[in-house]
Design a protein around this ligand. Structure first.
Ligand code: UDP
Ligand code: MG
Length: 315
């Protein structure tokens, strides 16, 4: 039986040796001041700069720090998952290890959690990132909002808090590419958002190269919906329909203007071609529909999630 704890911090770490000491110290200070029971879970995501040893040492030294060491680099969201699986807190707060999310903001999140919300997200005040990152997040956020209905403004910020049942529901999801804030929202009944400070990165560089960012965007897109697959059939129908219209147009003009007008039927070929290309896309879209369903099943997300069962107790 796991011991009950008020809240857990889950922090993914990938080559953050320059930030770790300050991170642990500031987190411990904030948590101790909160007067509640806590644990700090540092997940080493296959670091190679000494962070691993620092985490292992912190885990031994401090009673409230737990180090989870992964054998290699799996990516930020997988690392957070490893931390979630280890966590025991009634509330779980995730944050970045690079000190961009000031630990001093954690009490604010916990306070909002008091009001019976399942997930607390954050909006970064005065975001300290490059223009490219800001633009790409603006794009992603608007995309997510459109696909999921307006729920949150900033999905990129990992300083977030989740209630235990939400964490358990997420742990039941077996898919590999996933985006935690969106997954969490799909299980949450009530969510809230608060503004928080954002600092420039402590030491080191961002761990997201251009290509990793692209891969993350695809994780995000595919974790949300299989709609892009459906677009194929839509596109196919459009192409095929325009091919048929074109054929009708050619036929009419052929009778009105005579055989010479349509270059002796050469253009008819285009019309036929369009119809066939369209049919191919529709075929692809059909495959897509199957793949989409396979994808849903393979992910094996819980079919439903019972948040609470309310009954007058008889025992
Ligand atoms: N991170 C991780 N594994 C990775 C990449 C990043 O655990 O493969 C961690 C990293 O140590 C940091 C957090 O995820 O704590 C966010 O990474 P980063 O600050 O580089 O991202 P950015 O702020 O540029 O979005
Ligand atoms: Mg960062």
């Amino acid at each position: 039986m796991k011991q009950e704890i008020d809240y857990s911090l889950v922090i993914p770490v990938f080559n953050e040796a320059g930030n770790l000491a300050e991170l642990v110290e500031r987190c411990l200070k904030v948590c101790r001041q909160s007067g509640r029971s806590f644990e700090i879970i540092l997940v080493d995501d296959g670091s190679s700069d000494g962070s691993t040893e620092m985490i292992a040492r912190a885990g031994k030294e401090h009673q409230d720090v737990i180090g989870v060491l992964l054998n290699r680099n799996y990516g930020q969201h997988a690392a957070v998952f490893a931390g979630l699986a280890q966590s025991r807190g009634e509330i779980v707060v995730t944050l970045d290890a690079d000190l961009q999310n000031p630990p001093e903001e954690i009490p604010k999140l916990l306070q909002v959690m008091e009001e019976d919300v399942d997930v607390v997200g954050t909006i970064r005040r005065m975001r300290q990132d490059t223009l490219f990152r800001k633009l790409s997040s603006a794009l992603v956020n608007s995309m997510v909002r459109r696909a999921t209905g307006v729920m949150m403004h900033d999905y990129g910020c990992m300083l977030r808090a989740y209630r235990r049942p939400i964490v358990e529901a997420m742990l039941q999801c077996r898919e590999h590419s996933t985006f935690i804030p969106i997954l969490a929202n799909s299980f949450a009944r009530t969510t809230a958002e608060i503004p928080v400070d954002h600092a420039p990165r402590g030491q080191g560089d961002s761990k997201y190269s251009f290509f990793r960012l692209i891969s993350l965007q695809f994780d995000l897109l595919t974790s949300m919906s299989t709609f892009p697959l459906r677009l194929l059939s839509l596109l196919g129908t459009l192409i095929a329909a325009s091919g048929m219209l074109f054929a009708a147009f050619l036929l009419t003009m052929r009778f009105v203007m005579g055989a010479a007008w349509a270059a002796q039927g050469v253009f008819t070929l285009f019309a036929v071609l369009f119809v066939f290309i369209g049919a191919q896309f529709i075929g692809l879209g059909l495959l897509g529909e199957y793949i989409g369903r396979i994808y849903h099943d393979v992910r094996a997300r819980p079919r439903y999630f019972v948040q609470e069962v309310v009954a007058s107790s008889t025992d």
